[in-house]
Design a protein around this ligand. Structure first.
Ligand code: DON
Length: 319
């Protein structure tokens, strides 16, 4: 059965048409060769710039895919969305908003100026400062327990046990002076209660979790499904935590170009520097892509083009 039949909304086309639309979205976006593979984390520079996978998973768990959907890559900043959902689920709406915030910084994801401009307040959980402050709020008596809670939580979103890509973890650990500075700076304002070096290490591991495009689509579909993984049937986070997460993705999921994204796609989304990108159509589908060439803000070029195409042909724009 296709997504439309099983969801029963009548708003999405049946399976064969979705397959065709996915193939068209893939072909359309594959004509674009602009953008650059990230290299500030050295190992990421080795990615195949032409790799391109696209997958959608409905809230009924039905999946459609095209291209290199089994290629593994590191989740990077996309992890921020799911760690945030886990933390909100754990601590509630108000507390996390107070500590981390929900507003766009208008500046790059690794900006230090953004932190200084607001008395050390990270502004939102999708920039590195806010993500590090969010990871610090994960339950667990020590960094290992916090890490295990992150790994286990993100695995429940994906519906399979996720593991770290050690090469990516090592490469980023050796070159993450800037994130360590961000951790120290936010800590100096009293906004991280744990040892910042430990928190940044957990954050670096979380970014190095290895996924493929299908994993990301299932994770996105879990957010589309109000916090229930539509493949495993497990509730991962509350509907409230899921809603809060989608609101933050809408304001800040693509950093300072979140406005451009919302204008073109009209759905919450989240990017990662390895080239992953998720898009969530609440109540309908999760979409994911892998295409490593990025624009200047650090967002996948082909991923954005494919998401705009699919949002339009599937009528998903929430506005
Ligand atoms: O902390 C970093 O810089 C990376 N681990 C993640 C950044 C990222 O994915 C930004 N995304 N588009």
């Amino acid at each position: 059965g296709g997504i439309a039949q099983s969801v029963g909304t009548g708003l999405l086309p049946e399976g064969a048409r979705i397959d065709r639309m996915l193939a068209e979205a893939h072909a359309h976006a594959a004509r674009h060769h602009e953008g650059r593979v990230a290299d500030y984390i050295p190992v990421l520079a080795a990615a195949d710039p032409e790799a391109f996978g696209l997958c959608v998973v409905g809230v009924d768990g039905v999946r459609h895919e095209v291209g290199q959907t089994a290629t593994r890559f590191s989740i990077q900043s996309i992890s921020k969305a799911f760690v945030y959902a886990l933390v909100v689920d754990h601590l509630g709406h108000g507390r996390v908003r107070e500590v981390v915030g929900v507003n766009n910084t208008g500046l790059a994801f690794n900006s230090l100026i953004a932190i200084e401009l607001h008395d050390g307040h990270p502004r939102n959980p999708m920039v590195n400062a806010g993500a590090i402050a969010t990871t610090a709020l994960m339950p667990g008596a020590d960094p290992d327990a916090q890490w295990e809670a992150v790994r286990e939580g993100l695995s429940r979103f994906a519906g399979r046990p996720l593991a770290v890509d050690d090469e990516v973890y090592r490469s980023e650990s050796e070159t993450n002076q800037r994130n360590r500075a961000i951790g120290q700076l936010v800590h100096s304002y009293g906004r991280i209660e744990r040892r910042p070096a430990d928190v940044v290490d957990v954050y670096t591991r979380q970014c190095a979790l290895s996924v493929d495009t299908v994993d990301l689509a299932v994770m996105a579909a879990t957010l589309a499904d109000g916090g229930v993984n539509p493949v495993t049937g497990e509730r991962v986070v509350s509907a409230e935590a899921c809603r809060d997460t989608l609101a933050v993705l809408a304001t800040s999921g693509l950093y300072e170009t979140s406005g451009d994204w919302m204008f073109e796609i009209g759905l919450p989304g989240k990017s990662g520097v390895a080239g992953g990108l998720i898009t969530v159509a609440p109540g309908k589908v999760g979409m994911a892509s892998y295409a490593p060439r990025l624009d200047a803000a650090g967002n996948s070029v082909r991923g954005q083009i494919a998401a705009a195409y699919l949002s339009r042909v599937l009528g998903l724009n929430i506005f």
